[in-house]
Ligand binder design. Structure first.
Ligand SMILES: [Zn+2]
Length: 383
């Protein structure tokens, strides 16, 4: 395969040649005559928090391997070449079912297996209190249970790569140490934990703050609080949802400056209801409203977000404007950064790098994906 585009990191027009799933050459070419017609090329996005799409949640008793494959392939349209299906708080039976169906989808389709870089288990080990719990159903929230986690990991065929949990539990440090030792990234999230508890969690191995600034109390003591505590903790990478709804631009800018760009990753946290028209829907976590502006909220509570609807490319474009970072930095937050965190494959522009790319144009405030190559094949556009 061969294509021409403009490098995301230095703006040079290049011809990229790939063979099977690897990059062979990246050669500079002359500036195209008659105006700039080249799209940007960057490593495909690695979105480590995706809950489903178009009416199908991963956390659902009716999930099948075909539905998993459909959601994952749909994300090629968003420039995503690495994805973590995210299973949220449910009964053990529903979560185990989800793990099994994702594992089966990987066994059945090579392209799905290659794009599915890990499962993100978000819950059920969360705080019961409203606010931190977010849209996770109270009846299924519970304390960390190593045996249960092991059984879920077995159902997933060892594919769980991130576990988001609250760290306020008395046994959290011991549990986190065991999960971390098993090769899974522990993320702090949906928590009302104290600074001491957060420090203990990080000492035990926690590496990530999940969607920092969301899954929090609506009213919070000004300081200290768990947002400052996580911002100041340099051993924690923070994932941010920069869709324009979950965090105000000023908060995004402040968080990026506090964490520094190398400790920020972007996630879409896209809901299973993303891609559906406005209306009220019955999700596994209770009823949700999709508002006319695209926000997904807990039914009747417009201030309580129940997930996101914008793909990760929207966060890439927004973080450039909100935090004043350049394109190379924004791409790092959406591709290389998340891949580094979980040890996943990531595209690149050196010979031998994986041929996983997103081609896009920047138009005003939007990032428009024009083509996606995953594992050396065009999966969207360019066919
Ligand atoms: Zn969440």
């Amino acid at each position: 395969m061969q294509f021409t585009a403009r490098r995301f990191d230095n703006g040079t027009p290049v011809e990229v040649e790939t063979d099977r799933n690897r990059v062979v050459h990246v050669r500079p070419i002359a500036e195209p005559a008659g105006g700039d017609t080249l799209p940007w090329v960057a490593p495909g996005f690695v979105d480590v928090q995706v809950n489903g799409y178009a009416g199908q949640e991963f956390s659902s008793p009716d999930l099948t391997p075909d539905k998993v494959a459909t959601i994952i392939r749909k994300h090629f349209e968003f420039g995503v070449t690495g994805i973590c299906p995210t299973l949220t708080t449910q009964s053990f039976a529903v979560m185990q079912h989800g793990m099994r169906q994702i594992a089966l989808a990987c066994e059945q389709s090579a392209d799905v297996a290659a794009a599915m870089v890990g499962i993100h288990q978000e819950g059920p080990y969360f705080a019961e209190e409203d606010g931190p719990r977010g849209a996770h159903p109270l009846e299924h929230v519970r304390a960390p249970d190593w045996d249960e986690f092991q059984r879920l990991q077995a159902a997933a065929g060892g594919r769980i790569k991130i576990l988001t949990m609250s760290v306020h539990f008395a046994n959290a440090p011991e549990f986190i140490a065991r999960v971390t030792a098993s090769g899974v990234v522990v993320a702090v999230g949906h928590t009302g934990a104290t600074g001491e508890q957060i420090r203990a969690a990080v000492d035990a191995g926690a590496q990530l703050s999940t969607h920092l600034g969301n899954g929090a109390h609506r009213m919070l003591r000004r300081h200290p609080n768990y947002i400052w505590d996580q911002l100041a903790e340099d051993r924690l990478v923070a994932s941010l949802i920069v869709d324009g709804h979950h965090l105000p631009p000023e908060v995004v800018k402040s968080m990026v400056r506090a964490k520094t760009p190398s400790r920020v990753i972007l996630v879409s946290d896209v809901s299973g209801w993303a891609g559906m028209p406005p209306g009220r829907y019955a999700s596994m976590g209770g009823e949700i409203d999709i508002l006319a502006d695209g926000r997904l909220c807990i039914a009747g509570q417009d201030q309580l977000l129940a997930g996101a609807s914008a793909p990760i490319g929207v966060s890439v474009a927004n973080v450039m404007r909100f935090a004043g970072v350049d394109l190379a930095t924004a791409v790092d937050m959406a591709a290389m950064g998340p891949a580094r965190l979980i040890g996943a494959r990531c595209g690149g522009l050196r010979p031998g790098d994986p041929a996983d790319f997103v081609l896009f144009r920047l138009a005003g405030e939007a990032l428009n994906v024009v083509a996606t190559m995953a594992q050396g094949e065009w999966r969207f556009g360019m066919q």
